[in-house]
Design a protein around this ligand. Structure first.
Ligand code: IPM
Ligand code: MN
Length: 386
């Protein structure tokens, strides 16, 4: 039996404790499903940076990245610590992994599990059950922009004045000493196509009948014009799947008013970031929200699985965080590795424990610990052994 070779990055704050429970549950699932893990733990996080990389813009070195790239998958806790500049742990770790390994899919399922109360009135288990497929490599995340103050800004301000004049026939009043900042979002036809195609393939694989393409092409006509045109073209190849489009502001309303409508939702990077948090809230909060940063071509780049929540430094080390988001990220990892049966088992066990209602972490109004939850789910998996 070949073992799946997985890199573990516990990270900071609650990262280590939730990942410990994730690993516990993955070990139980492996035992039952007859698979094996080979874990290798990496120390990347605040302590490591302060000790070995202080002043560097990234948490990992290029050598570290190359090493991570040799694994079958990365199972990630969370990073973020007040002693380390934010950009080091966000752009210099999370975003870097996404870009470096070309993890162009960010798969964020939102499913209301049995035993979990939604803040939306009257929702029963599985009434909310859809996938957010977030584009993960382009859009406003490419880091292109600038800020200019004083004399340097004059050309940009003049440009802005000229644009307003040409488009709206108005003269705007500019102060040549004012500061100006801009940030550019860009997408490519290829980048849009690959993630939209993934969304349709996902719908096909999961026997779902609708893909909703999120945009704001009514205002941001250039960038999301390319996005929606690409979507319409790809959709033609999937005549049995309904092609639905929705403007992002309306999507936020419909996620609340009629979540049942949604099956697969594909969104540009930044809108996807925002709506996936909203989707998480509707299924019980960040404690239930996993994410897969996926390069579907396993040979081209390693994929990384994480809870969407951050490191919550003030809760770190207290053994109180809800590990379910991390455990469900493990489920996504199992699916990515082709272990569908084990993946189903993990979700099934989570639902059984949640439905039984005896083990509840603080976010669910209970006082069970993080390890109580991990233990209960791991035990349940062993009981489900056929
Ligand atoms: C997420 C986070 C990240 C993002 C930040 C921490 C860089 O919010 O994974 O959703 O914006 O993608
Ligand atoms: Mn986010």
């Amino acid at each position: 039996m070949a073992a799946h070779d997985v890199a573990l990055i516990p990270g900071d704050g609650i990262g280590p404790e939730v990942l410990r429970e994730g690993r516990k549950v993955m070990d139980a699932a492996a035992e039952v499903a007859g698979i094996a893990w080979q874990w290798k733990e990496y120390p990347f996080g605040a302590e490591h940076w302060l000790k070995h990389r202080k002043g560097q813009p990234t948490l990992m070195s290029e050598k570290d990245m190359a090493q991570l790239g040799t694994h079958d998958a990365i199972y990630f806790g969370a990073v973020g610590d007040p002693r380390v500049p934010e950009h080091v742990e966000q752009a210099g770790a999370l975003l870097w992994m996404r870009f470096y390994f070309d993890q162009y899919i960010n798969l964020r399922p939102a499913k209301l599990l049995r035993g979990v109360a939604s803040p939306l009135a009257g929702k029963k288990p599985h009434d909310i059950n859809f996938y957010v497929v977030r584009e993960n490599s382009e859009d406003f995340y490419i880091g292109l922009g600038g800020r200019f103050a004083g004399r340097q800004n004059r050309d940009l301000l003049e440009l802005r004045r000229a644009l307003y004049k040409a488009r709206f026939q108005v003269d705007i009043d500019i102060d040549p000493e004012d500061e100006i900042a801009y940030q550019i979002g860009a997408i490519t036809g290829r980048g849009a196509e690959r993630v939209i195609r993934y969304a349709f393939e996902l719908a096909k694989r999961k026997h779902l009948s609708r893909v909703t393409v999120v945009h704001k092409a009514n205002v941001l006509t250039k960038i999301y014009g390319l996005w929606t045109e690409t979507a319409a073209r790809v959709a033609k190849e999937y005549p049995s799947i309904e092609f639905d489009t929705a403007i992002v502001d309306a999507v936020t309303m419909w996620f609340v008013r009629r979540p049942e409508w949604f099956q697969v939702v594909v969104a540009p990077n930044m809108f996807g970031d925002i709506i996936s948090d909203l989707a998480a809230a509707t299924v019980g909060g960040m404690g239930f929200a996993p994410g897969g940063n996926i390069n579907p071509d396993r040979k081209a780049g390693v994929s990384m699985f994480e809870p969407i929540h951050g490191s919550a430094p003030k809760h770190g080390g207290l053994n109180k965080a809800n590990p379910i988001a991390t455990i469900l990220a493990g489920k996504l990892m199992l699916e990515h590795l082709g272990e569908d049966q084990a993946a189903e088992l993990v979700e099934h066990a989570c639902e059984d424990i949640l439905e039984a209602g005896k083990v509840r972490t603080y976010d669910m109004g209970g006082n069970s610990t993080c390890s109580d939850m991990g233990d209960a789910i791991a035990e349940r998996i062993l009981q489900l052994k056929p």
